[in-house]
Design a protein around this ligand. Structure first.
Ligand code: GDP
Length: 480
């Protein structure tokens, strides 16, 4: 009897460690401690991956292994790429992701590229620039997703909206050859209406015949994949809960490297582990001046007090007993230390009205974005991950840094609206409709009717974002 229980208990642990089957066994645990240790730091997700997603992930892992770098199939595909024109789609076709923009943007585009790779059965290879290998573990067993340095198209990092190799420019210049060996997909914020034809069914049919696609983006373009009829059925099977796409793909793909994991766990264990509740506040200010700004501080306080995320301070009484009270630990992330210092002082100088103890922590204040520097990127990733371990979260409008933390956590944070003219918005924040990131630069086009249209009105599960009226995000109506 006892033996049976033990078996059940240990199989539950194994199951948890694999995040409900999202992850697979077969990795060397020491080479990536975060993969199987995340379960010790993160609450179990209330969102379950579908059996079909698990099946497709295992199939995709097999494809990555069969066609990955140094395999015979890869060598053949590279030979074909070097030969140029006249290429034929073979067993193994590839999607090359180019490292571009800040870390939050990069994580969102890798996840988008991964979903596109699953849908089109392509092997995903990632550019090693901006420290990809220093930040993340390998996600696929017994192979590597890192693009080998000998990749023959050397100029791919410099491709831009003006490159003649881009699919958009080829369409514009009517220069589509029947079967080029590769195409460049320019999907960054400055992409043209021609580039955006990527989201039309006919163009997807054409792209299916190209063995190598090279993708540069700084956008989470997943919501628009849900508008392409050819993928709709598959996407519904993969994600019956539509707003869980990044949540599942993000937890599958992005495991902090051992160095970053050390930073995450040391910080968490030192400052956050003992709290009864953890509140994460991400303060991202899009202003040419560094700040700190009074209107931002006012907005953060207005939001956290109004939504009862922080207790009010008692400015009349000098002492409120805190001996047996709850401890709330607040993790603040920001490029600037001013907000943290001011809020922390406020709660030191005055007691809280409910006697709750509040501790404040900010791991770094880097002052400026510096996405080419290794330690800067590592700190950013560690902070995104720490935020995602919060029980409750406040994030900033327009920030992909915050979207990643929100998606990994599975929470619906309170989103601080973007201030205009340096005035704190009223209301200061609202809880988001779904944990999905917002696609900031979607196409506005009806591919069938061949005219402009509001793509946020096509299907009920792709709607406009809370923080950007023209953006698109996936929502799940069953939660309303
Ligand atoms: P977004 O610009 O907010 O959408 O997020 P990105 O992550 O794409 O780019 C902002 C970059 O600035 C980050 O990747 C970091 O390099 C840096 N950064 C912004 N906010 C923070 C922060 O709170 N902590 C740290 N360590 N870095 C930050």
């Amino acid at each position: 009897m006892l033996g049976e229980n033990v078996t059940i208990a240990s199989s539950e642990v194994v199951n948890d460690k694999l995040l409900g089957g999202l992850l697979t066994t077969g990795f060397d645990e020491q080479s990536c401690l975060s993969r199987y240790q995340s379960v010790l730091y993160r609450k179990a997700s209330s969102h379950f991956p579908s059996a079909y997603l698990l099946e497709r992930l295992r199939e995709h892992e097999a494809l990555q292994k069969k066609c990955g770098p140094h395999t015979e199939s890869y060598k053949k595909a590279i030979e074909q790429l070097k030969a140029g024109q006249g290429a034929k789609v073979m067993e193994c076709n590839y999607l090359v992701w180019v490292a571009y923009s800040g870390l939050g943007n990069r994580i969102l585009t890798m996840a988008s590229a991964f979903l596109y790779a699953i849908l089109t059965r392509r092997v995903l290879l990632v550019d090693i620039d901006k420290g990809t290998a220093d930040l993340f573990c390998e996600p696929f067993p017994e192979t590597s997703w890192l693009l080998p340095p000998k990749f023959p198209i050397k100029q791919f990092k410099n491709f831009s909206n003006g490159s003649p190799e881009s699919y958009g420019n080829m369409l514009k210049n009517k220069a589509i050859h029947s079967n080029p060996a590769f195409l460049y997909l320019h999907m960054a914020h400055d992409y043209s209406d021609y580039d955006k034809l990527f989201f039309c069914e006919d163009n997807q049919q054409y792209l299916r015949n190209i063995p190598w696609l090279i993708l540069k983006s700084d956008n989470y373009f997943v919501p628009s994949l849900f508008l392409i009829p050819a993928y709709q059925e598959e996407l519904t099977r993969l994600f019956p809960q539509r707003d869980s796409v990044f949540h599942h793909l993000g937890r599958y793909l992005f495991h902090p490297s051992n160095v970053v994991w050390g930073m995450v766990t040391r910080y968490y264990d030192s400052y956050l582990a003992r709290a009864d509740e953890r509140l994460g506040i991400q303060i991202r200010v899009f202003d040419p001046e560094p700040g700190p700004f009074q209107h931002v501080l006012d907005q953060v306080l207005a939001c956290t007090l109004k939504e009862n995320l922080l207790p009010a301070i008692n400015s009349k009484q000098p002492i409120v007993s805190t001996r047996h009270s709850r401890l709330k630990s607040v993790l603040i992330t920001s490029l600037n230390s001013g907000y943290y210092e001011k809020i922390r002082s406020m709660y030191w100088e005055h007691p809280t009205t409910n006697g709750e103890m509040i501790s404040f922590h900010q791991p770094s204040h880097e002052e400026h974005q510096n996405s080419d520097k290794k330690m800067h990127n590592m700190k950013a990733w560690a902070e995104i991950y720490l935020l995602s371990l919060s029980d409750v979260m406040v994030t900033s409008a327009w920030s992909t840094f915050g979207y990643v933390a929100q998606g990994l956590s599975g929470l619906r944070p309170w989103l601080l609206f973007k201030p205009e003219n340096r005035i704190a918005p009223d209301p200061p924040c609202r809880q988001v409709l779904s944990m999905e990131p917002c696609f900031h630069a979607p196409h506005y086009y009806d591919c069938k009717a061949k005219r402009g249209a509001d793509t946020g009105k096509f299907v009920p599960y792709v709607s406009h974002c809370e923080d950007m009226s023209w953006g698109l995000k996936l929502v799940d109506q069953s939660e309303w």
